[in-house]
Design a protein. Structure first.
Length: 247
């Protein structure tokens, strides 16, 4: 159910004791501008989700009307309700999704792009850039440090080029790199990514080494923020020591 889908997915994770790691996977199915009605687009999306994942995984399907071309978003629980196995997102899964989507579109009399047209069109589309930005934001919010930020993007299927102060990414099989600072603004410079990762770190009193919060600073980071982090780290150490003493 739409209103309870998040909690339903969390319940499955708890049932199989798999609440860590990747929480969900995101996919998109896009249609040619002006070729299909919203109701039909959603119907195709529901059929695609049911055929690919319906027997094993919970899926939320939503049809967006906010761009020139209608498109479906799929959010897939990373843990199966059937046996608790994790979903492994591979190139084979991507190829199967593409093949199934093409077949369903053909059954509805819709146009299907050739592979070369599809790659070139998708790689330059606003939707592709939107998904890339969402992936970067997700990696920033869930990374403990810059190396893990890169690892998360790689797990999401991106190829990373990290040279000096320039960070570029692309998604196979597309060949064109996107310099993320140039594409999305100064907020996504390497320096500011470092800062955002640091700022999103939760303060846990059970951290094995809270002083790591102090060392994860960037060269030109704001001194005021740095002092706040030091104070929080010291409070965490004090909290741990008090707990140990009370025990």
């Amino acid at each position: 159910m739409p209103d309870t889908s998040y909690q339903e997915m969390i319940n499955v994770k708890k049932q199989f004791f798999k609440t860590d790691g990747i929480k969900c996977f995101h996919a998109v199915q896009s249609f040619v501008k002006g070729e299909i009605a919203p109701e039909q687009a959603h119907e195709i999306g529901m059929k695609l989700a049911e055929e690919l994942w319906g027997d094993e995984f919970q899926v939320v399907v939503t049809t967006h009307l906010n761009t020139d071309n209608l498109h479906n978003h799929f959010v897939l629980n990373s843990v199966s309700f059937l046996d608790g196995k994790r979903f492994c997102n591979t190139k084979k899964d991507y190829a199967l999704m593409r093949k199934t989507s093409d077949r369903l579109c053909e059954e509805y009399g819709l146009n299907v792009l050739s592979q070369e047209e599809k790659y070139n069109k998708y790689a330059t589309s606003s939707l592709y850039k939107e998904l890339m930005k969402d992936s970067i934001d997700y990696a920033i919010e869930n990374a403990k440090d810059y190396n893990e930020f890169i690892k998360i993007l790689q797990d999401l299927g991106y190829v990373i080029t990290d040279k000096n102060e320039t960070l570029s990414i692309r998604c196979d099989p597309y060949k064109r790199n996107t310099r993320i600072e140039r594409q999305f603004g100064n907020r996504y410079s390497k320096e500011n990514i470092y800062k955002q990762i640091l700022e999103t770190q939760p303060l846990s009193p059970y951290s094995s080494n809270p002083m790591l919060l102090i060392t994860r600073t960037y060269e030109n980071y704001n001194k005021h923020k740095e002092n706040i982090i030091k104070i929080k780290a010291l409070l965490a150490i004090l909290y741990i020591n008090m707990r140990n003493y009370s025990v």
